[in-house]
Design a protein around this ligand. Structure first.
Ligand code: MF3
Ligand code: CO
Ligand code: CO
Length: 270
């Protein structure tokens, strides 16, 4: 198990990359409207990255056993859990819940974040509960990040929210160490693995990115080689931040001016 402890220089580079990733989402937020294609959003975000001196980490990304990822971002709608591929024929419609996941590379450092958007002003009751419940799960996971505590505390905290809200947690995908590589150790689960052997240390950087389903936790893969959907086609939501373990807790690196309101119980503590 090799979890890299970042140097002060690396932390500075990560702060910059992560802020940029969040700014891409600030930029795209007003464009997320009924009638727009997911490809148009993807192309707009890629243009913004270029203007701001960074590139997409996703485009051409090709883990073993996969085909190169064809787009700059992932856009996952309704029952799509993650890795939705933007296309010209996929148009957003009122009531859709949409995850946009952005990973940029700036000066060799990776910044990774995603947010949910609800199209139109009249979301379904379940859709709204799922999006908000997932947001709370992510922030409870972030709250659990403390040096000296087991990594597994994060999964315990996220899954407690899911359980209380009656939602399930996806097991197959999770957060990950990140830095000069896209996916480093550790693998961050959003459920309780009962394995408390990995202890958080200052200087670790990883993502917290719970996927919550309205139905069962099980997933299937579409034949495009990337898109992951809920097996029962129930709605799925995801939020993601990249965080740094500090001496006292953690610093959320993927923040920017346009970030949505954080839960009151988070702001109260800082
Ligand atoms: N950004 C995703 C994550 O949070 C990974 C996307 S890989 C891609 O880990 F190739 F689908 F873009
Ligand atoms: Co990630
Ligand atoms: Co991501």
């Amino acid at each position: 198990m090799d979890i890299r402890i970042k140097t002060p220089e690396e932390i500075a580079g990560m702060r910059e990359a992560c802020r940029l990733a969040s700014q891409v989402l600030d930029f795209v937020a007003p464009l997320v409207k009924a009638g727009v294609s997911t490809l148009a959003l993807d192309e707009a975000m890629e243009g913004f990255m270029k203007e701001n001196g960074c590139i997409s980490a996703c485009k051409g990304y090709c883990p073993r056993g996969f085909t190169p990822y064809p787009a700059a971002t992932c856009i996952s709608i309704n029952h799509v859990v993650c890795h939705g591929i933007p296309t010209a024929d996929k148009l957003l419609k009122k009531g859709d819940i949409v995850n946009i996941d952005v990973t940029v590379i700036k000066n060799g450092f990776y910044g990774d974040t995603s947010r949910m958007f609800i199209v139109g002003s009249k979301p379904g009751i379940l859709a709204k509960r799922l999006v908000e419940g997932c947001y709370e799960a992510m922030w409870r996971g972030i709250e659990a990040v403390k040096p000296g505590r087991p990594l597994n505390d994060i999964g315990i905290a996220c899954s407690k929210v899911a359980r209380e809200e009656g939602f399930s947690v996806v097991h197959e995908y999770g957060g990950h160490g990140i830095g000069r590589d896209f996916h480093e150790e550790p693998f961050v689960t959003h459920f309780d693995t009962k394995d408390n052997s990995i202890i958080l240390r200052p200087g670790m950087i990883f993502t917290i990115e719970p996927m919550l389903n309205a139905g069962a936790r099980h997933i299937s893969d579409l034949r495009d080689g990337w898109t992951v959907v809920t097996k029962d086609r129930s709605l799925s939501a995801q939020w993601e931040h990249t965080v740094l373990v500090t001496e006292t807790g953690c610093e959320v690196l993927t923040m920017s001016e346009g970030y949505p309101a954080v839960p009151e119980w988070v702001t109260a503590k800082h």
